[in-house]
Design a protein around this ligand. Structure first.
Ligand code: HEC
Ligand code: HEC
Length: 404
C-alpha cells in the first residue's frame, strides 16, 4: 500500500489556527523572543474570528474555553503566560478547524437496497478499473516486492493486507463470507468507494484510501467495479480492523445522492481528465495541507514523499509541462514510462503504481497525456537522485528540494 507522509509544516495556505499551533509547537518559536508578536498577530485574530462566529466551533466545551480566554483579548496580547498559551493550544486542538469536516458534523447517508446487475460488459470494465486505472490491488493485498513495479501476489488479489506500523490495514474485499466482503451489500461497497464510509459506518481515512478521487466515478463505472469485485475468488484472510485516527479529517466523505452519469469523453483531453481523476494521480502528485486540500498553485507539481511499507520512499514527480516537470516528454515517452517503469535507463520507484497503469489501453494513456498537457505549468524541481531537503517553493522536504 502506498500512502503519503503528512508533513505537518507551516504553509501560507494552512488555516490560521493550524499555523498558530505549528508556530507554538516549533522549536524555533520556543527559542524565539518574538512570542508576543506571534501571540498578538496569530492567536488574537483567531480568537476574534472564533468570537465572531462561535457557531463554527466543534463542541460546547471547546466553545466555552475559547470564550473564557477570548473575553480577555487584551490580556492575552500582553501577558503571554505559558499556561495561557497551552490552554489555548489545547482548546484549538480540541476544536477542529471549521474548514475541515469531521466525524461529528459529518453524516453518512443511510444505506439503500440496491444490487448491480452482473453483466459481461461490467465484468470486463470492472477488471480494467480495479487492476489498472484505479490500482485498488496495489493496497488491498500483499505485493510481490521482488518483481518490478510490485504486482499483487498471485492468488491473493483483494484479500487485504496489514501494513503494520508502516500504515493502515487495507481490508479484505474479496467475496469471502467470514473475513471479506461476502456479507456486505452492494451499497456498502458503493458508499465506501465513492463516499468514504466503511460497511460498519466508520469514516475512511482519505490519506490511505483515495475515495476523494473515486468520488468522480460514474454510476456505471462504480457498478462495474463492484460487479467485478463480486466475481474474484474469495480468499480467507482474517485481518485486524483498520486503526481509528483521532481528529480524522474527512472533507471528501460527503454523501452522493444524485446520479453520476457517464462523463463526456468526446475529446482526448476530456477522456484524459476523467481518467486522471479516477486514477487519483493527484493523490500523490499534488501536495495537500493538513485538511487535505490541494496546495493552490502546485497542482500536479509533485513533491510529496510517498512510502510503501518498509521500502525506500520516493518523492512524486512534477508532471506539469514546466521545464522542471516533464516538458521533455512526448506521447511515446509517456507511454514508455508507464509501460516499462523506466525513463531512459532510470528505473522509477515502484511507489509510482506504474505496473497498474501499464494495463491501460493506448487510447486511454494517450488521453491521459493529452490532459496533462493542458495542466498549468508549475516551476517546482523534484529530483529523486538528490537528497531529501527543504524546498522553499512548497515549504516541505522532498528529494531535490534545495534545488528550488
Ligand atoms: C492507497 C491504498 C488504497 C487504494 C489504492 C485503495 N484502497 Fe480501499 N482502502 C484502503 C485502506 C487503508 C482502507 C481502510 C481505511 C480506513 O478504514 O480508514 C480501505 C478501505 C476500503 C473499503 C472499505 C472496507 C470496509 O470496511 O467497508 C473498500 C470497500 C475499499 N477500500 C475498496 C477499494 C476499491 C474498490 C479500490 C479501487 C477502486 C480501493 N479500495 C483502492 C486502501 C486503499
Ligand atoms: C501512489 C502515488 C502515485 C500515484 C497515484 C501516481 N504517481 Fe506518478 N509518481 C509517483 C512517484 C513517487 C514518482 C517518482 C518516481 C521516481 O522518480 O522514482 C512518480 C513519477 C511519475 C512519472 C515519471 C516522471 C519522471 O521522472 O520522468 C510520471 C510520468 C507519472 N508519475 C505520472 C503519473 C500519472 C499520469 C498518474 C495517474 C495516472 C500518476 N503518476 C499517479 C507517485 C504516484
Amino acid at each position: 500500500m502506498v500512502w503519503l507522509t503528512e508533513t505537518a509544516q507551516p504553509f501560507p495556505n494552512v488555516s490560521p489556527s493550524r499555523l498558530a499551533i505549528y508556530q507554538l509547537q516549533s522549536p524555533t518559536f520556543k527559542k524565539a523572543k518574538r512570542r508576543r508578536k506571534v501571540m498578538t498577530s496569530l492567536i488574537a485574530p483567531i480568537i476574534r474570528n472564533h468570537l465572531n462566529s462561535p457557531v463554527l466551533l466543534g463542541g460546547s466545551q471547546c466553545g466555552s474555553i475559547i470564550f473564557l480566554r477570548a473575553s480577555l483579548p487584551m490580556r492575552i496580547g500582553l501577558i503571554c503566560r505559558a499556561a495561557t498559551i497551552l490552554s489555548i493550544v489545547a482548546a484549538l486542538l480540541g476544536c477542529r478547524s471549521p474548514s475541515s469536516n469531521n466525524q461529528e458534523t459529518l453524516k453518512a447517508r443511510p444505506l439503500i437496497p440496491r444490487e448491480f446487475v452482473r453483466t459481461p460488459e461490467r465484468l470486463v470494465r470492472g477488471s480494467y478499473l480495479v487492476n489498472g486505472v484505479a490500482w485498488c490491488f496495489s493496497c488491498h493485498d500483499p505485493l510481490d516486492f521482488s518483481k518490478p513495479g510490485w504486482p499483487p501476489v498471485l492468488g491473493k488479489e483483494g484479500s487485504g493486507y496489514d501494513w503494520g506500523s508502516f500504515g493502515q490495514v487495507a481490508p479484505n474485499i474479496t467475496p469471502d463470507l467470514e473475513t471479506g466482503a461476502g456479507s456486505w451489500t452492494d451499497d456498502m461497497l458503493a458508499r465506501a468507494i465513492r463516499e468514504g464510509v466503511a460497511h460498519d459506518g466508520h469514516f475512511l481515512n482519505p490519506a490511505v484510501m483515495p475515495y476523494e478521487f473515486y468520488r468522480a466515478m460514474s454510476d456505471e463505472d462504480l457498478a462495474s467495479v463492484i460487479v467485478y469485485l463480486r466475481s474474484i475468488p474469495p480468499v480467507r484472510n482474517h485481518l485486524p480492523l483498520p486503526k481509528t485516527t483521532d481528529n480524522l479529517v474527512t472533507p471528501y466523505a460527503v454523501p452522493i445522492t444524485s446520479p453520476i452519469p457517464q462523463p463526456n469523453i468526446s475529446t482526448p483531453q476530456k477522456r484524459g481528465a476523467y481518467l486522471v481523476q479516477i486514477a487519483g494521480c493527484q493523490y500523490c502528485h499534488t501536495l495537500r495541507d493538513v485538511n487535505r486540500r490541494s496546495l493552490p498553485g502546485l497542482e500536479f507539481a509533485g513533491g510529496d514523499l510517498v512510502t510503501t511499507g518498509p521500502h525506500p520512499e520516493a518523492s512524486s514527480a512534477n508532471i506539469t509541462q514546466d521545464p522542471s516537470g516533464i516538458s521533455y516528454y512526448d506521447e511515446a515517452q509517456f507511454l514508455k514510462t508507464i509501460r516499462t517503469g523506466k525513463v531512459g535507463a532510470r528505473q522509477i520507484s515502484p511507489n509510482m503504481p506504474w505496473w497498474y497503469f501499464a494495463r491501460m489501453t493506448d487510447e486511454d494513456l494517450k488521453s491521459v497525456f493529452a490532459f496533462l498537457r493542458t495542466v498549468k505549468p508549475v516551476h517546482h524541481r523534484v529530483d529523486n537522485t538528490e537528497p531529501v531537503s527543504y524546498c522553499r517553493i512548497c515549504g516541505r522536504k522532498h528529494a531535490g528540494g534545495a534545488l528550488n
